[in-house]
Design a protein around this ligand. Structure first.
Ligand SMILES: [Zn+2]
Length: 388
């Protein structure tokens, strides 16, 4: 619990954190809470539910239905607390030493709470350009909700000046991040006794070969690909993650699966990289495996994709958010956000929100009260800027 005398933002954050919106759970109760809250201030929200009605995005407009508005964007889901040790209940906002502890406090219910807390001000401000609220589901599991939201925004929301993606940046203005493509490669080989390897097709050995190919692509990008010194890792990076295949040392493995990803700079030709891998499968690996035994082969599937957010230095979008955050310079973030998705429908986007990404996804996640106060000032300046 948080002691008395709390701001409206903290009061709302306490309520939002209490909804366990871990991505695997429905977020509908939280969305209905926001919908009711907005209705209490005369705002009719659009609730855009998923196919089975368990999860939803919420979109609302305050002010006139004209272009040039500001979208305040946040995701409502949080990452699991499974296996983590917390000093207090992760779903009960708890204050200690100027910090508010709770799952999602930094990533990113703090920003949503600040936006909601200023709805009465936005309503009273006689806005000449609108403020839109755009809250999504399932960001943490591949930005699924926002991709549905874009289908609504494009025809219904007149082109805004900027989307402020309120991921935790300590209220710094971040204008770029890398993208992310995540894949699963499955190899179907053929089992045989290891004393007769010629009877089988070793799926793990093929995986090793493909992983070497991926690591060569990684080296190529590191040494010869586009470079952007704004990032700590200034090139497009690759990773091979979990791998599984085989059952015992004396059986030629018949199956192997591994997951891998790359994180492209905006300047990188991602399609060309994906095509290179696919061409290698089609022209080198699969003809060889099929010749060894019918039905053997490797296939690759992309299961998550996040577009990069491309910097637009000097743009109206960046200038406005710098002014609202009272900052002079932009920076970049190492993590992905929904910003690239907004940019993909030509909505300019910038990342700026309270709290620190270092606390995100960790046990004892917290947000400093001072960070929320900075975000409150941002919201007040926004209301001033957009009213007559
Ligand atoms: Zn987040």
């Amino acid at each position: 619990m948080v002691a008395g005398g709390k701001t409206a933002t903290i009061g709302l954050l306490e309520k939002l954190v209490a909804f366990d919106t871990t991505s695997r759970n429905p977020n509908m109760a939280l969305i209905r809470f926001i919908e009711d809250y907005l209705a209490g201030h005369g705002i009719v929200a659009t609730v855009q539910a998923n196919a089975d009605g368990t999860k939803a995005n919420l979109i609302a407009t305050i002010g006139p239905d004209v272009p040039g508005g500001v979208v305040l964007s946040g995701h409502t889901d949080v990452v699991p607390v499974d296996g983590q040790t917390w000093a207090s209940d992760p779903f009960s906002l708890t204050e200690r030493d100027g910090k508010l502890y709770g799952r999602g406090s930094a990533d990113m219910k703090g920003f949503i709470a600040a936006a909601l807390a200023h709805v009465p001000l936005f309503v009273a401000a006689k806005l000449t350009t609108p403020i839109h609220l755009a809250f999504s589901y399932d960001e943490e599991v591949g930005c699924l909700g926002v991709q549905e939201m874009l289908k609504f925004l494009k025809p219904h929301v007149p082109l805004p000046r900027v989307v402020v993606v309120g991921e935790p940046t300590r209220m710094q203005v971040a204008n770029a991040h890398k993208g992310q493509h995540v894949f699963r490669t499955h190899i179907k080989g053929r089992e045989a006794h290891s004393s007769r390897p010629e009877d089988g097709v070793n799926a793990v050995a093929v995986a090793a070969e493909l992983i070497s190919f991926i690591m060569e692509m990684a080296e190529g990008e590191r040494l010869h690909g586009p470079q952007d010194p704004a990032f700590d890792t200034p090139y497009t990076s690759f990773n091979v993650g979990p791998i599984s295949g085989g059952s015992i040392f004396n059986i030629v493995p018949g199956e192997c699966t591994f997951d891998w990803e790359f994180r492209p700079l905006a300047e990188t030709d991602s399609e060309a990289l994906m095509q290179r891998y696919q061409t290698h499968l089609d022209t080198v690996i699969n003809p060889r495996l099929a010749a060894r035994h019918a039905g053997c082969g490797a296939h690759n599937e992309r299961w998550a994709y996040l577009p990069p957010l491309k910097a637009t230095p000097g743009s109206d979008a960046e200038a406005l958010v710098l002014a609202l955050a009272e900052k002079n310079t932009t920076s970049v973030v190492a993590f992905g956000t929904e910003g690239g998705h907004f940019q993909s429908i030509d909505f300019p986007a910038v990342v700026c929100g309270p709290g620190d990404i270092a606390q995100a996804h960790k046990p004892d996640e917290f947000i400093e009260i001072e960070q929320l106060a900075q975000c409150d000032r941002f919201m007040r300046r926004l209301a001033e800027r957009l009213s007559a």
